[in-house]
Design a protein around this ligand. Structure first.
Ligand SMILES: Cc1cc2nc3c(=O)[nH]c(=O)nc-3n(C[C@H](O)[C@H](O)[C@H](O)COP(=O)(O)OP(=O)(O)OC[C@H]3O[C@@H](n4cnc5c(N)ncnc54)[C@H](O)[C@@H]3O)c2cc1C
Length: 378
């Protein structure tokens, strides 16, 4: 119902792109700790970055389902560490919604072509779930903003050309109205990439620390209005969390598919591992949960595209799907036996990579807080 013929055709075309430009390179990216610039440029060249972008900025004004398809297929390919979805669906929309015409014209065409990689830096060593307590400061000095602070766990942080940085602009203001957003190019004086983190999973993702040490940017690099940064971040959470839910859902589907194929083939005690009733029921239960996840997600994608305010429902989906996908990962590794623990089998990487989905973009506990608050029980 949701997807039309043109979406199905697009999915097939994107799958061919993935088979040619992504799948053969994933192992090398995992080894290198980052995705090659060539892949970003190829995505841009074929129109797979920011597909929703209006034509005047170099995009195709495609509906959100095209973005969903791109995210699905990147995840199905085991390339979730390629954070094109963060770039296209989380960071660029801030510029589109809150940027000045000058900022949009300057940065969005380059983001769509893959020339400019985007990141967003909210988290700090002592401010993750409790974002309003961030310490990074921005002060006006003549015609420039001067930023000081350390941002941590920043996805695309090692390679980003432009990062949206959340910083406090008001002294003596305790609440979140002290926060503003800035567009900070990696070429700005005082901008430095710190540690690149060695992580449990997402090995091809260049998650890094960003250090701003007397970092100077022109006054017109503030994004939107001064003091509105926290509000902007909150306004975009629905989009950010639906994007993460889509990825976790797609990964759960692929994990089950790989596992069913493996377990049907693998023999023990004279029969296939899948046909043993305990395992068959485990598979049936996973398939049921995955289908429930997809049905709920599709309904939210539809409402999101209509512009409904569904922050609570998206929080429910993010929390449930991420936890469900982690249960699926555990059971799928188990069904692979020892082979599931071997790098040679893709389930091994999927199981590592899925773990973060109940943590980043707001933890499961933070999702539960939002849900509970919306019900008036907290
Ligand atoms: C791989 C990776 C990529 C990331 N990418 C980015 C990025 O691109 N940009 C960015 O800005 N950030 C990014 N982050 C940061 C991420 O969003 C935070 O790690 C996350 O929000 C949690 O914050 P924290 O790590 O400080 O944990 P904390 O906030 O210290 O939480 C620790 C634990 O306490 C729980 N907790 C906290 N508050 C409550 C509460 N009120 N009630 C109950 N439990 C609570 C949490 O759920 C968690 O279990 C990334 C993190 C990782 C690991």
């Amino acid at each position: 119902m949701l997807y039309k013929q043109e979406h199905h055709i697009f999915r097939e075309a994107f799958k061919r792109f993935v088979a040619e430009h992504i799948t053969p390179n994933v192992d090398a990216w995992e080894e290198a700790g980052e995705v090659s610039r060539d892949a970003w440029r190829a995505m841009g060249e074929y129109g797979f970055l920011l597909p929703w972008l209006p034509e005047k900025y170099g995009g195709y004004a495609a509906d959100f389902l095209y973005s969903v398809i791109i995210m699905d297929e990147i995840c199905h390919a085991g390339a979730v560490g390629f954070f094109a979805p963060l770039h296209s669906e989380i960071v660029a929309p801030y510029i589109m919604t809150y940027g000045s015409e000058e900022q949009k014209t300057e940065w969005l065409p380059k983001a769509a072509s893959g020339e400019c990689i985007l990141a967003v830096a909210m988290s700090e060593p002592n401010a993750g779930s409790d974002l309003a307590s961030l310490k990074c400061r921005a002060e006006l000095d003549g015609g420039e903003w001067v930023l000081n602070g350390t941002k941590t766990f920043i996805s695309n942080g090692g390679t980003a050309d432009l990062t949206i940085v959340a910083a406090k602009t008001e002294r003596g203001v305790k609440d979140s109205s002290a926060i503003s957003l800035f567009l900070v190019p990696s070429t700005a004086p005082g901008y430095r990439v710190g540690s690149r983190f060695s992580k449990m999973g997402l090995h091809s993702q260049d998650t890094a620390e960003i250090i701003l040490d007397e970092c100077r940017i022109p006054a017109n690099m503030i994004l939107g209005e001064r003091g509105k940064g926290f509000k902007y971040l909150m306004n975009k959470l629905q989009q950010e969390r639906i994007v993460l839910t889509i990825q976790a859902q797609a990964m759960s589907e692929k994990m089950l598919e790989m596992t069913v194929n493996y377990a049907k083939d693998r023999k023990a005690f004279g029969q296939s591992v899948a046909s043993m009733q305990h395992n068959a029921f485990k598979i049936a239960k996973m398939a049921t949960e995955i289908n429930i996840g997809r049905a709920y997600l599709d309904s939210l994608v539809f409402r999101h595209m209509k512009g409904d305010n569904i922050v609570t429902e998206v929080s429910m989906a993010k929390s449930w799907v991420a936890e469900m996908a982690n249960r699926v990962a555990y059971d799928c590794v188990q069904l692979h036996g020892g082979y599931g623990y071997m790098e040679e089998y893709p389930i091994c990487r999927f199981a590592r990579d899925i773990r973060i989905f109940s943590i980043f973009g707001g933890t499961t506990e933070v999702m539960n807080l939002i849900i509970a608050r919306s019900m008036g029980v907290i």
